[in-house]
Design a protein around this ligand. Structure first.
Ligand SMILES: Cc1cc2nc3c(=O)[nH]c(=O)nc-3n(C[C@H](O)[C@H](O)[C@H](O)COP(=O)(O)OP(=O)(O)OC[C@H]3O[C@@H](n4cnc5c(N)ncnc54)[C@H](O)[C@@H]3O)c2cc1C
Length: 232
């Protein structure tokens, strides 16, 4: 697989739109002049109003690099300018301005035994890693921990369960696990034998997990962080 960073804008045609209640929308997009991506990379989506005003935001790829379409999963935020439009307005057949794939640091090429810890929509880049790992037969190198308030707030929960991801819901029980944030001793157990850790989610989440990984004995220099937040 080649590590591609595309710097110019291109056009994507939305082929499939699936809305999950008020919370998430999955967009599957055909991209003109597409470059292969590495799991963990993202695209920038630019919206343009008739008066020329533009707004752009980053969205991680959920798709396997071999997928003929790219897949984005967008959480609809209250009063969110771009996420609200993508959730409420976009339909199959629409065209979007896109730039990507972007990112060299938060990527996983399949070879390094890794722990991925996600909060809510932070799980999206790990879905690309999971799908890639399944196809390449390297799933044993990937341990995924995903946290959200409820099942409904965790996109791809069925796919994560099928993969054997560790799921920590904070406001409802998940199987035998009573509702709670991820405990440091859970992370300590899950991080045995890893050579790298990826953490993705809101500012509060990545800070909490960073501290917990430290308590679990994971050296900070093997931890890679991607933060989704107000500045994203
Ligand atoms: C590398 C990268 C990858 C990303 N991948 C994804 C992804 O796969 N899926 C996804 O849904 N988002 C992702 N994001 C976040 C995304 O880029 C936007 O920040 C998000 O969609 C909000 O944009 P908006 O225009 O809807 O909200 P804005 O209009 O910018 O903000 C609306 C309100 O929400 C607050 N806010 C903004 N962002 C967040 C947030 N993430 N969480 C909580 N409150 C927020 C703002 O302070 C404001 O009050 C990613 C961000 C980065 C940097």
């Amino acid at each position: 697989m080649t590590e591609a960073i595309a710097s110019s804008w291109t056009t994507g045609t939305v082929r499939e739109v699936e809305r999950f209640g008020e919370t998430y929308v999955r967009l599957r997009i055909e991209v003109a002049d597409r470059h292969d991506h590495v799991p963990g990379q993202h695209y920038v989506v630019r919206l343009r109003a008739p008066d020329g005003y533009t707004a752009q935001r980053s969205y991680s790829l959920a798709s396997d690099p071999a997928d003929p379409l790219i897949e984005l999963m967008v959480e609809c935020l209250p009063r969110g300018e771009v996420s609200g439009f993508l959730h409420d307005v976009v339909e199959a057949g629409d065209e979007l301005e896109l730039r990507g794939p972007i990112g060299r640091w938060f990527v996983w090429g399949g070879e390094v035994p890794s722990l991925c810890v996600a909060g809510g929509s932070g799980v999206v880049p790990f879905i690309s890693m999971l799908r890639y790992a399944r196809r390449m037969g390297t799933a044993s190198h990937l341990t995924i921990v995903a946290s959200a308030q409820t099942r409904e707030r965790l996109p791809y929960i069925e796919e994560l369960e099928e993969f054997g991801a560790f799921i920590a819901l904070t406001r409802e029980n998940h199987g035998d696990r009573v509702a709670a944030h991820i405990y440091p001793d859970e992370l300590a157990e899950l991080s045995k034998g890893i050579e790298r850790a990826y953490v993705c989610g809101s500012a509060g989440f990545v800070s909490f997990v960073g501290r917990s990984l430290g308590e679990a004995g994971v050296p900070s220099d093997i931890v890679r962080v991607e933060q989704f937040g107000a500045t994203g």
